[in-house]
Design a protein around this ligand. Structure first.
Ligand code: GLU
Length: 519
């Protein structure tokens, strides 16, 4: 049973760029687990690897999480988005990153602001003899590694500096000889064993574990030290992270033991894979959450899709569409798969289309206009009248059924936004009908449509009824030329729908043009 009173989980990205789709899934599973158990979801920034730091990356990570609705309860926030749940009196400005605020009782939540804390704990391990200074040069370490490779041994530090006399070590440290701090992993420790909530029992031989570096020569802690110290001090109850971190976990467990701390529970979630089963990478498509949102994937669809990459609700459930609240209710770490999950873009497109279909036209319009899609798509070049809110809403009510993403607006039916149509005049003839018959049909349509009043034009059902009646038995004779005249396209929605969207003036103009082509 999960003890729900103390559930605290964290998403702990390193600011090396944008929020990766895999990162979003890790954040989501943490979020769902926290919400399901009434726990706390924390956002912590792991920026101790200065060489991988990318300016602006923290801000972009937080922004993407906010945009997908996974706002943390505690940790770091963007000042400009302040108000998404945290109260003024609880926040502090970050010392090193303007524009970022921190909220919660266990801060700072940015590791580069916690260097003193890591130093204190590294010193504690040195004092208790659980860790030691190592002064070996890069050259020596390479020699050791090469010799081990020759002897077919696993690459491991040979504990050379552990054999230095205490005085010598002290003297080197005080005189400032460059050094790192390593954990002393005892060979007699026996296997490291832990129960992973996804993978079951995991067992690693201690002799395969290196005397890991805890503090680097630049004085910065390594990921391992900072991660364990923070998870302990921030009272993290469950570490839910990607499977790529599994090899680090035995090292972390040895650290918890060295400190004498209680361990959190671990859950390693499966890798995300390209369709060819390689690890999901940029080379085979977009991996940045921001890119997906920019292309017009709805956050609800993205979250729903990502949730199902590596998890299912179990009990033979076939439900595929889940709101965030439904995911919270259904989520269970016990149903996270062990095998890697393939990122299937077609499935995402399908899911996004399902979400778009369910949107009321007003909301869809709102998303298209605030998402910048009016500027990015062919709408931007359309005549004034075809960019009005009213016109676009009519287009959307027709297109909604067929859009895979918001940026596809107009793509399937470019004639909605064209000032002039260009098409082969021959296309106007229905099944080998003579030009005279086509002209007659087009003139008839023109007459019918020009006689209709505004009220009749306001309902596509009325247009449909009148035109169908006029077409009689041989529908194609009348309706095909009309449809082509209005669209210039071989395939399109029905002529009633198109005429209704275009309106009286534009429809008659297009009909006239088509008649001119035939004379
Ligand atoms: N900083 C690590 C990352 O970038 C965190 C790994 C963990 O959750 O322990 O993913």
């Amino acid at each position: 049973m999960t003890n729900t009173s103390k559930i605290r989980v964290r998403f702990a990205p390193s600011p090396t760029g944008y929020l990766h789709i895999g990162g979003l899934r890790t954040a989501l599973y943490n979020y769902l687990f926290a919400k399901k158990h009434g726990g706390t979801f924390i956002l912590r920034i792991e920026d101790t690897d200065q060489s991988r730091f990318v300016p602006g990356a923290i801000e972009s990570l937080i922004q993407s999480l906010d945009e997908t609705g996974l706002t943390p309860d505690e940790g770091v926030f963007l000042k400009k988005n302040h108000g998404s749940g945290i109260r003024d009196q609880e926040t502090k400005e970050s010392k090193s990153y303007p524009g970022i605020i921190e909220s919660g009782d266990f801060g700072p939540y940015i590791q580069s602001e916690r260097l003193d804390i890591y130093k204190q704990y590294a010193d504690e391990l040195i004092a208790s003899g659980k860790a030691y200074h190592c002064f070996c040069s890069a050259e020596r370490l390479t020699e050791v590694r090469e010799a081990q490779a020759k002897n077919k041994q696993a690459p491991k530090y040979d504990k050379y500096c552990l054999s230095l006399a205490a005085d010598e070590r002290k003297q080197k440290v005080t005189s400032g000889v460059p050094c790192v701090i390593r954990l002393n992993v005892l060979e007699e420790h026996g296997d490291v064993v832990f129960a992973d909530l996804v993978r079951g029992e995991v067992r690693i031989r201690t002799q395969d574990i290196d005397d890991q570096v805890l503090v680097k020569s630049d004085g910065f802690p390594t990921y391992h030290l900072a991660n364990v110290v923070d998870d302990h001090l921030m009272r993290i109850s469950h570490v839910i992270r990607a499977e790529e971190w599994l090899p680090s976990t035995p090292k972390h467990i040895l650290l918890y033991e060295a400190f004498g701390w209680e361990m959190p529970q671990f859950a390693h979630i499966p890798l995300l894979l390209n369709p060819d089963k390689s690890k999901l990478s940029k080379r085979q498509g977009d991996v940045s959450v921001e890119e997906y949102l920019k292309k017009g994937y709805l956050k609800e669809a993205l979250i729903n899709f990502i949730a199902l990459l590596g998890w299912n609700p179990g009990q033979g459930s076939v439900q595929e569409i889940f709101s965030l609240d439904e995911l919270v209710q259904a989520f269970d770490l016990g149903h996270v798969h062990k095998a890697g999950a393939v990122f299937d873009l077609q499935k995402l497109d399908w899911m996004n289309a399902e979400y778009i279909k369910r949107l009321p036209v007003d909301e869809l319009y709102e998303k298209i206009s605030t998402g910048g899609f009016l500027e990015k798509t062919l709408i931007a070049a359309a005549p004034e009248a075809m960019r009005s809110e009213e016109y676009l809403k009519r287009v959307l009510s027709i297109e909604r059924e067929r859009l895979a993403k918001l940026s596809d607006i107009g793509e399937n039916n470019p004639f909605f936004f064209a000032a002039e149509l260009s098409y082969d005049t021959g296309l106007l003839h229905w099944k080998g009908n003579a030009p005279d018959m086509t002209r007659e049909a087009l003139t008839k349509s023109e007459k019918i449509l020009s006689d209709l009043n505004d009220l009749e034009w306001s309902k596509k059902e009325i247009l449909e009824k009148i035109l169908l009646e006029a077409a009689g038995e041989r529908k194609g004779d009348l309706l095909w030329p009309l449809r082509v005249a209005l669209t210039g396209a071989e395939r399109s929605p029905s002529p009633f729908e198109i005429a209704w969207v275009l309106g009286k003036e534009e429809s008659l103009k297009r009909l006239e043009n088509s008649i001119k082509r035939l004379s």
